[in-house]
Design a protein around this ligand. Structure first.
Ligand code: SAH
Ligand code: MG
Length: 221
């Protein structure tokens, strides 16, 4: 399906102008491309790195590990960060584990095997940053727990919120994408209008929403 979020020539330009990936991250991107694993785009990875460097999250929760690419990007961006990352697919988790071990982050990145919603429901500790990138149709359900688990002043980052451009599309959405699209529209509405959040929706990659949870004691208003 044609991707309606971005201009291909601008994407190509940005990809070229960004610092090229090297080592394991480069190998992981090649593996993802060959095996159709939807890891974050290079532009999204670059933004994720800047956000992590600015925010300095010590505790990160990620829903959707896949091969561990975004976890490793975040761990590299801030050496004090410790990441819990949830993955439902056992084969993916095994690949991610190998990659995490190869880069020497086995003490900083912990994979929780299972359904993101079920695991989030059981978590009680607070996080400085939550990155949602698992089942796109369930972001609304994740939100309730993300808001509970995120500390005031924490960041909620949601990937794929424009979902192939279909979320913003006025025409009929193909049947197989309809539920995800409708749910993501409702999700965006919610995070953009929730009093507890300050949200920015960025047309980068497959669409990234960055939400700040208000209520930090240092905040003036
Ligand atoms: N964050 C990764 C990409 C994640 S792709 C990166 O950018 O590098 C989405 C992943 O979410 C897939 O590996 C998929 O298996 C996993 N997933 C899908 N539904 C899930 C669920 N209900 N619970 C946990 N993980 C899920
Ligand atoms: Mg994604």
């Amino acid at each position: 399906m044609e991707d309606k979020i971005r201009y291909p020539e601008i994407d190509t330009f940005i990809e070229k102008v960004l610092k090229p990936e090297t080592g394991l991250l480069k190998t992981m991107r090649e593996y993802a491309r060959e095996n159709h694993v939807p890891i974050v785009s290079p532009e999204t990875a670059a933004l994720l790195k800047v956000l992590v460097k600015l925010h300095k999250p010590v505790r990160i929760l990620e829903a959707g590990t896949a091969i561990g690419y975004s976890s490793i990007v975040m761990a590299q961006a801030y050496p004090d960060a410790v990441i819990d990352t949830i993955e439902i697919d056992e084969d993916m988790a095994t690949i991610a584990n190998n990659n995490i071990r190869e880069v020497g982050y086995e003490n900083r990145i912990r994979i929780l095997l299972g359904d993101a919603l079920e695991i989030m429901q059981c978590l009680t500790s607070t996080f400085d940053l939550i990155f949602l990138d698992a089942a796109k149709g369930q972001y609304l359900e994740y939100l309730e727990h993300a808001l509970r688990l995120l500390r005031p002043g924490g960041l909620l980052i949601s990937d794929n919120v424009l979902y192939k451009g279909l979320v913003a599309c006025e025409g009929t959405v193909p049947h197989k994408h309809r539920t995800i699209t409708v749910n993501l529209r409702e999700y965006l509405n919610k995070i953009c209008n929730d009093e507890r959040l300050e949200t920015s929706v960025i047309p980068i990659g497959d669409g990234l929403a960055v939400s700040y949870k208000k209520g930090d004691i240092n905040e003036k208003s």
